[in-house]
Design a protein around this ligand. Structure first.
Ligand code: IMP
Length: 193
């Protein structure tokens, strides 16, 4: 079975290739010669994941899935959410994104936040959504050198270190992306058996 991961991020594809059930050939957009940038115009992570999966489903008629992730801060009503990558502008500057969040949260002692990932899949006639989330809080300094994005300012619940300090080995077990992926792979394994 061929399964398309609707992403141009080869790193994400290689990571998943190691854990998909046997008999599934995981392909990226590059692998099917799709060079287009699929515009993420949705208002929610669910909509954006679905937009990307539907694009492949209708254009190529192939089994596929797509993901979308974001940081959701309680005191900001769930922002930056779908705008996590470009919160401070289209240049997608991570340092600026963090500065903007710090400005907006100024004076708040323990800002509660969560990372959330949604995976939209389209396998045969069946469309599904899977979710993974990790709750935690934000700090007003950057700590750690691992990970990316908001990792240096996010401490997951039950830990004292940031995602950037915890490193990939721990993050990949407890992260929003890991949890959503596990839920999806579990469903996929049922489908294959
Ligand atoms: P994407 O949907 O995986 O491309 O994530 C969109 C944006 O959300 C990223 O550019 C980051 O700003 C933020 N983000 C998502 N996942 C993480 C994470 O695991 N750590 C830090 N930031 C993240």
């Amino acid at each position: 079975m061929k399964l398309i991961f609707a992403t141009h991020n080869q790193h994400k594809v290689e990571e998943l290739k190691k854990i998909v059930p046997q008999g599934i050939q995981l392909l990226s957009l590059e692998d099917i010669n799709c060079r287009e940038e699929i515009e993420e115009t949705g208002a929610t992570l669910e909509e954006n994941a679905k937009i990307k999966a539907d694009f492949i489903k209708y254009k190529y008629g192939l089994d596929c899935f797509a993901d979308d992730s974001g940081l959701e801060i309680e005191a900001l009503g769930g922002a930056p959410g779908v705008f996590s990558a470009r919160y401070a502008g289209d240049s997608k500057n991570n340092a600026d994104n963090i500065q903007k969040i710090w400005r907006e949260l100024e004076g708040l002692p323990h800002p509660v936040a969560q990372f959330r990932t949604v995976i939209a899949s389209s396998i045969g006639a069946s469309d599904s959504l899977f979710e993974g989330l990790v709750k935690g809080h934000l700090i007003f300094e950057k700590r750690g050198s691992g990970g990316f994005g908001y990792d240096p300012i996010f401490i997951p619940a039950g830990f004292t270190q940031t995602f950037a300090e915890l490193g990939d080995a721990i993050k990949n077990k407890i992260s929003h992306r890991a949890l959503a992926t596990q839920a999806f792979l579990k469903a996929l394994a049922h489908l294959k058996s």
